[in-house]
Ligand binder design. Structure first.
Ligand code: ARG
Length: 582
């Protein structure tokens, strides 16, 4: 029998489905509901098949149902034995040989063979998405980190991902920015980068000018019209401002190792009239107080799609972008990563799209849209995260600080003696940036989280530092054994004799279903929790089972290697660079 073919859960489900097909009358349509066994007493019986058939014909009570399901289970090398545990539950003891064989097969064929199967081929992940000339704040950092992880998990699951940076590069504020640019550089020659390097200050100054000088305000409003009409001079100034902004946030992406493709709001502007026309034809758009709006059931305020002055807005752009992503890009799943504060906006335009028939009404059908909302980043004082010097936190400074703190810690541990400067730099970067990412991802994203260097850079507890070091330690165990691990993968045999080996082995096998769950529910913290528990299971194994020099050395080195491989894949999916020595 093949050991591949979906996650452990999916493979077990297949067996139970087979049994249910012959055991239970078709019209009852029951689902095997495979889940890991919660009862620690059943440490060796980790899987249960719960049935809610409750004495329905042809069975009298739950016990006979379980017995029948057990009896009809097809023979499989996966299963060692089964037993009935409580009403309608069948506990399965997985075969030790099968667990070992599956892990060894992964070592030979690669972790890619453990990728879960998802029901979509192409997805859009709309993330990061800062606004031109405005500050890129920690909220955008969260969106960047969370969005990148989701994209990585989907990519690993063989989904084609369009990584979209939906930058705010359009709208009335550009009139004011352009007009201010012309005012500061009347000669017409476009400003040197230096002159508007600090775009935030530039933005604030132009805003102040806009608010205090009615003549300037009028010019700015005319500038918007010229820009939108495609006037060359205005387009150029706009492009220049965008370019300077872009260079700023590209720096952050480079540091974080995040790849994005920019398709800003301006890109969708030409598609707005067509999209609104389609919605209008469906009778969705109404006049209200001079604006054109869509009323959404259960909401007090309508979704404005054309403002009183005839201009388009955030919502009209998002409707056009959705139309484009569905029809031009043929995406089946469109995922938006922003703070929870925007939930209402997304709910409203998702509802409009459903009413227009662009999306199916049912949430479990594709194509589908999902809003991935996240909470605030708080400072240690419990307030919105800020530094003393500036109102907001400069992202690049934050990453610099994490890195330099890590470097100092490495030097303190005496690494400067035998490491090259490059080693120190590379490790400090991996650990520092990894710490910032992991501290964010390990929390359920919907909650606020407190930004604390002390916490995230602690080498004990659930931190990237601890996990990266744990991985490096495993690598050093393998190195110090002096064995050629590639050779062992092919010629050695993995076995799981000790209970702690078995627990670790089972945990490794659950990798695919954890990634599947993290993807399906868009919750990166599920993967973090898995990684942390993996490292705990490894520690228990390593404490209780001698590796190097034992009779089981080969098998145990292979188990070490499998743990390192899965840990590295977790790091990769979380956007963290692994380190190999400490
Ligand atoms: N630029 C927006 C902001 O900074 C986020 C855009 C999110 N994406 C979208 N399609 N609305 O809040």
């Amino acid at each position: 029998e093949e050991v591949t073919g979906g996650s452990l859960k999916q493979q077990l489900a297949k067996l139970f489905e087979e049994s249910l097909r012959i055991t239970v009358p078709e019209e009852l349509d029951v689902d095997p509901a495979i889940a890991p066994c919660q009862n620690p007493k059943f440490a060796t019986m980790p899987w249960a098949c719960g049935q809610k058939l409750k004495g329905r014909a042809p069975f009298k009570g739950p016990q006979p149902i379980g017995q029948a399901i057990m009896k009809n289970l097809p023979a499989s090398e996966m299963v060692d034995s089964c037993s009935i545990a409580g009403p309608g539950f069948v506990n399965v003891v997985l075969s030790r040989q099968w667990i070992a064989k599956s892990i060894q097969k992964m070592l030979v064929d690669g972790i890619e063979t453990w990728a879960p199967k998802l029901p979509v081929k192409r997805a859009v992940v709309d993330f990061s998405s800062p606004n031109i000339a405005k500050e890129m704040h920690v909220g955008h950092l969260r969106s960047t980190i969370i969005g990148d992880t989701l994209a990585r998990m989907l990519e690993y699951s063989n989904v084609e991902v369009l990584r979209r940076n939906h930058v705010g590069d359009w709208g009335t504020q550009f009139g004011m920015l352009i007009e201010y640019l012309f005012e500061k550089f009347p000669s017409g020659e476009v400003a040197s980068d230096q002159a508007i390097e600090d775009l935030e200050t530039f933005y604030k100054a132009s805003k102040q000018r806009f608010d205090s000088d009615p003549a300037f305000k009028e010019r700015a409003q005319r500038a918007v019209v010229s820009l939108q009409a495609g006037d060359e001079k205005y387009r150029k100034a706009w492009a220049h401002i965008c370019e300077i902004s872009r260079r700023g946030y590209e720096k952050v992406y480079q540091r974080l190792g995040v790849h994005l493709e920019e398709k800003g709001e301006s890109f969708y502007n030409p598609y707005i009239p067509g999209a609104l026309e389609l919605l209008s034809k469906k009778g969705l758009i109404e006049e209200s107080e001079g604006a054109r709006v869509i009323f959404i059931e259960g909401k007090n305020i309508p979704l404005i799609v054309v403002k009183k002055d005839g201009g388009y807005n955030y919502a009209s752009t998002d409707l056009a972008a959705l139309w484009y992503r569905l029809n031009e890009e043929k995406a089946e799943w469109i995922i938006y990563v922003t703070d929870v504060g925007q939930r209402e906006h997304f709910e409203m335009f998702f509802t409009a799209a459903k009413r227009a028939g662009w999306l199916p009404a049912e949430d479990n059908k594709y194509p589908k849209t999902s809003h991935v909302g996240f909470g605030l980043v708080l400072g240690e004082d419990g307030k919105r995260f800020r530094t003393r010097s500036t109102e907001t936190v400069k992202l690049v400074d934050l990453l610099d600080e994490a890195k330099s703190k890590c470097k100092a810690a490495l030097i303190e541990r005496g690494k400067a003696k035998d490491w090259t400067e490059e080693d120190l730099e590379k490790t400090a970067e991996a650990v520092g940036y990894g710490a910032v990412k992991y501290a964010d991802l390990k929390n359920n994203r919907t909650t606020n989280y407190t930004f604390s260097f002390d916490q995230m850079l602690n080498d004990k507890g659930n931190t990237a530092v601890y996990l990266l070091y744990a991985h490096a330690r495993i690598c050093s165990i393998i190195r110090k054994s002096g064995k050629d691990i590639e050779e062992l993968k092919r010629t050695g045999t993995l076995d799981l004799v000790h209970p702690d080996e078995r627990t670790l082995g089972l945990h490794l096998l659950q990798f695919a279903e954890v990634v599947e769950e993290a993807c399906t529910n868009l919750l990166p913290n599920v993967l973090c929790e898995y990684l942390y528990n993996l490292s705990e299971d490894f520690t228990r194994f390593y404490t209780n089972c001698q590796v190097v020099g034992s009779a089981e050395e080969t098998s145990r080195l292979l188990l070490c290697e499998a743990t390192a491989v899965v840990m590295r894949k977790c790091f990769h999916l979380l956007g963290i660079t692994p380190v190999y020595k400490i």
